[in-house]
Design a binder for this molecule. Structure first.
Ligand SMILES: [Zn+2]
Ligand SMILES: [Zn+2]
Length: 227
């Protein structure tokens, strides 16, 4: 099996949001609608596509257009299969976002003295494809931790299924350098303990002052994560 990939997603983990968040790759179906942006320009904006539908209509009748597991076959707004293949991405296309980045490539000409002179500049469009990563609250305190099961029912899949290394289970922490602790996979003992405190209703000292911070550190040091 090839090594799991690491993505470079910035973390914004906060002590006061110490809940368990499972990271998933999620599908989307979108089509592009053209809008008149004024000043004679048209803009293309993504809107919800036809595949993402509820199994029932608003009046309770069965929606005959509903396709279960639409994410396996939907290609609306998704990268083309050959684009995914070229970048070595696996899994259904509906799980990927596609965009373009403009780059500039300098053209050089070698001089008689061996130096290089820039003679021109070429604009190139780079295709950027990223798996759509979202986090779902998995705290025992939110709907008894049923969030992930519900998300999976609507197509959310584990990063490993796409060759992506798993993430820390701390909310808003996207570190992929994780270790197994008694209560899950985390990037650090601190994140393991903060989630433990949240789920076991252990009240940590609050506040940003030095006193509160010091007290919190002591509380975390004294805490043993059981289970
Ligand atoms: Zn679709
Ligand atoms: Zn973490």
């Amino acid at each position: 099996m090839p090594a799991l990939r690491k993505l470079d997603i910035p973390s914004h983990a906060k002590v006061n949001r110490a809940i368990r968040g499972k990271k998933y790759v999620v599908p989307d179906c979108k089509v592009y609608s053209e809008f008149d942006a004024g000043n004679g320009k048209t803009e293309r904006l993504p809107v919800s596509g036809p595949c993402k539908q509820a199994p029932y209509n608003a009046d309770g009748s069965v929606n005959t257009n509903f396709r279960s597991k639409w994410w396996e076959t939907c290609t609306h707004g998704a990268p083309a299969q050959e684009e995914l293949d070229a970048l070595g991405y696996t899994g259904p296309a509906a799980y990927y976002d596609k965009g373009y980045r403009t780059r500039y490539v300098d053209e050089f000409e070698k001089q008689a003295d061996g130096s290089l002179i820039v003679t021109g500049r070429q604009e190139v469009r780079q295709l950027v494809i990223m798996p759509r990563i979202e986090q779902v609250s998995a705290s025992k305190r939110n709907n008894s931790g049923s969030g992930p099961a519900a998300a999976e029912l609507f197509g959310a899949k584990k990063p490993e299924e796409f060759g992506i290394a798993p993430f820390c289970e701390f909310w808003d922490c996207f570190s992929q350098d994780i270790t197994k602790y008694a209560n899950g996979y985390f990037c650090s003992e601190g994140h393991s303990k903060l989630v433990f405190a949240d789920e076991e209703f252990i009240v940590l000292a609050i506040g940003d002052g030095d006193g509160a911070r010091k007290r919190r550190r002591e509380q975390l040091r004294e805490m043993t994560v059981g289970r």
